[in-house]
Design a protein around this ligand. Sequence first.
Ligand SMILES: [Zn+2]
Length: 343
Amino acid sequence: MPSSGIPSARYSRQTRFAGLGQAGQQRLAQARVAIVGLGATGSTIAHALLRAGVGYLRLIDRDWVEEHNLPRQSLYTEADAAQLVPKVVAAKAHAQRINSACDIEALVLDLHAGTIDQALAGVDLIMDGSDSLETRLLINQWCVREGKPWIYSGVLGGHGMTANFRPKQACWRCVFTTSPEPGSMPTCETAGVIGPVVGVIGNLAATEALKLLSGQGQANPDLYMLDLWAWQFEQLPLPTPRPDCPVCGLRQFDLLEQDSAPTLSLCGRNAIQIRPQQPITMALAQLAAHLQQADLRVIQTDYLLRFAAETLQATVFPDGRVIISGTDDPALARGFYNRWINH
Ligand SMILES: [Zn+2]
């Protein structure tokens, strides 16, 4: 290993690449990146940055691995799905075997106004793998307020798009000036998605990350869009920052200031998430004992507890979050929560 601390043989193909070079590789080793959402896009991005030698990755996701993730989400296995492993825990375990020198932090966490400061503090770049409009709006406000760059990635069906949003340039809200009504747009849950488009968009975003982190190369100045199924590709130049943009122009950060709502519906999943107003530690072992006294079958792992009762299924996390599956009705879910979990 040379005095720089970069293993010379391991990254020789990258350091020989004139666009990156030894200096760029050294900057990657010093770089700190947060990836929000470890689904298909986030897995692709994490995999690329990990292999490339980025020094620190913070993986943020609230979900566990499910069988229907396996066609696209390249860091997970059937065993992860069978064992209900949180995505970031599974991703970290696999990633550490690929690159043991990468410092990886796994946060099983729901990103909202109450958690975003902790989740994104101290990184150089934020990568969006969230598949959520609500989360993107939140990331955009946080990054504008804090003066941090982020890279947007979105996929749906055979379509994908990506753009770089950097301080003092147009923000996401300058480009997407109107928000669709919640629930009015198709999602990957309702319209589906194919794996290759995720791989393309995730790797485009990862390439941009390598440029921004290494300080080398010409970063993408556009909103880049493609439809792989129709074989169509389009680049729209990002506008100049809009003085009347509510986020970067008027600096209104309403989403960061609102109290986190106690109940959140997961659109299209026939499930409701209930989360506590304040951070708590849920006593999973005691809850399991109570439920077993009621003759319920309980599955408990190091990271979650799951049981079924009445017509619903609940998945309970140590931070107090509960996902109640089998209903779209918040009142029904709240009643179930009060009967079985929060007596
Ligand atoms: Zn803006």
